[in-house]
Design a protein around this ligand. Sequence first.
Ligand SMILES: [Zn+2]
Length: 411
Amino acid sequence: MRCRHCDSSLEHTFLDLGFAPPSNAYLNSEDLTKPELYYPLKLKVCVQCWLVQTEDYAQADELFSPDYAYFSSTSSSWLAHAKNYTKVMTERLNLNEMSFVIEIASNDGYLLKNFVEANIPCLGIEPTTSTAATAEMLGITVLREFFDESLGRQFAEEGKQADLIAGNNVYAHVPDINDFTLGLKAALKPGGTITLELPHLMRLIEHTQFDTVYHEHFSYFSLYTVSRIFKQTGLRVFYVEELSTHGGSLRIFGCHQNDSRVTTESVNSMLTEEVSRGLQSLITYQNFQARADKVKDDLLSFLIEQKRVGKKVAAYGAAAKGNTLLNYAGAKPDMLSFVCDAAPAKQGKYMPGSHIPIMKPEMLREVKPDVVLVLPWNIAEEVADQHSYIQKWGGQFAIAVPKMKIFEANL
Ligand SMILES: [Zn+2]
């Protein structure tokens, strides 16, 4: 296999999580009697450009099925994050009714609805039918396609280049990263701004976030690698900030190479930090598997122990992270009787691979579990605060990543 960005031969494995079904392939009860498709889940690192990437197996169109169930609007902290982004960008870039904003992977309109409310013209690009339909009901125009260079060129030809192109957590999901970036370049107005939010590989390594690895997540980036891809495409990263979302993300600001805005010190300072944390040393990548295995082993020991002493354990949050973790650990319904999730689209279904049933959060009050394992650790406090009532019957919360921890809600 060759590097998706620089075409070098990929010789080094960063992480091998065995085989797993696509993390969003939730099952209906009738699917439980059918065979399930598993793909190898393995990451390689390129020692030329340091892009960490999944091995090629499944095609994007197979993984993003039309009933793909993730709706961004189900997380209140994510909604607040999107609203704040809109406000900050509108002020910083002086966006108004003459501007044009494009969001790639606009999901259910969680972000663009804020631009619609502010009378700033915008367009969403979203190939997933169910979420696109929800966005359209909010008055957002949605183009139901995958973004690529040819679509970017089409915008340029039609005079629809954007003042702001937003890509929040889409860059990592793109199989052909060079083609996608060429599309960004083509769709960007002279003087326009691109912002990309992406989980930072430096934090993934630091906090052993191996459960953020899944098939649909093709690339794992350092700022160094993004800068390199931008440069090759005629774009330039001129500013970067760190965000707490997804356990540590970067918001990268890009412009055309020849833009009059100078590159700020934030870029150089992050590039230096990445080097000092070993992101350009192969040994850093080679040490990661053992650390991921320890997290997995500790979770498994904990679940086995709870089962032995007769305690009931439930999980919260039927998200992709949970699927990676549970499938790698081999957890089954005998250890985790159910997962609850606030998204109605997932309730009544089963987790892929582990076949753990997904139920309404109200089930916690009925079943009264002794432990609630919060799978999306990035919103663990939010979940604990919302469901602090479990502490009335002595229930406790737990997370497995970055390490096994029991905790209580901040009341
Ligand atoms: Zn490479």
